[in-house]
Design a protein around this ligand. Structure first.
Ligand SMILES: [Zn+2]
Length: 194
């Protein structure tokens, strides 16, 4: 991982919601940090509500825990780029997976432009394939640092990974649709050792 020192600075930044304190640094990464080209292009900041895991186009994304697929939202710009919401059955956190491909996703997932169902019966085991990172069409570089560009060239394809937590179940859909109740995902993801 090329920007490891930056990761060390960021991994404990911010606070976990009270309901998640006991799950600090406990969930699996949706993309194995040892994957070719893996680097964190953007961290959680006031202007960016998740982390961007930049990887090669087509990299597979996996469920971080045993989860229930509760949301699907296809980007109207191209009707292919898709966001998913996975509810972790143990922690009750919602993992928001952004910029995945509806052309390359698990067969379990229905082909719907929008879907939200807290009681859906689509379950993923920890480590089970969900969908692939989509090839980003335009030339935006999403805050790629000089260091990363030098090592990998342009590499803007990424998983946007957000984590949300709501005290009440009935607040989840609104929070997901409006990007609320998000915190630094590095606080709950397992620590990367090097
Ligand atoms: Zn992002």
């Amino acid at each position: 991982m090329i920007n490891y020192n930056e990761y060390l600075k960021r991994k404990d930044e911010g606070e976990l919601p009270d309901g998640l304190v006991r799950f600090r640094h406990s969930i699996s990464w949706p993309i194995n940090p040892e994957t070719t080209n893996f680097h964190i292009g953007q961290y959680f900041t006031r202007d960016h509500d998740g982390i961007d895991i930049q990887v090669l186009d087509g990299t597979k994304v996996y469920s971080s825990a045993r989860t229930r697929l509760i949301g699907i939202d296809v980007d109207p710009r191209d009707m292919v780029m898709t966001n998913f919401a996975l509810l972790d059955e143990k922690t009750s956190a919602v993992y928001a997976l952004g910029h995945l491909s509806r052309r390359n996703m698990s067969e379990k997932i229905p082909l719907k432009d929008y879907f939200f169902d807290l009681k859906s019966d689509i379950i993923f085991d920890e480590g089970e394939f969900v969908a692939e990172v989509i090839g980003w069409a335009d030339e935006n570089e999403f805050g790629i640092t000089k260091e990363i560009k030098k090592a990998f060239g342009k590499s803007y394809h990424h998983l946007h990974f957000g984590v949300q937590f709501c005290e009440k179940e009935e607040e989840i859909e609104k929070a997901w649709r409006n990007n609320r109740n998000l915190f630094n995902p590095l606080l709950i993801l397992k620590e990367i050792m090097q």
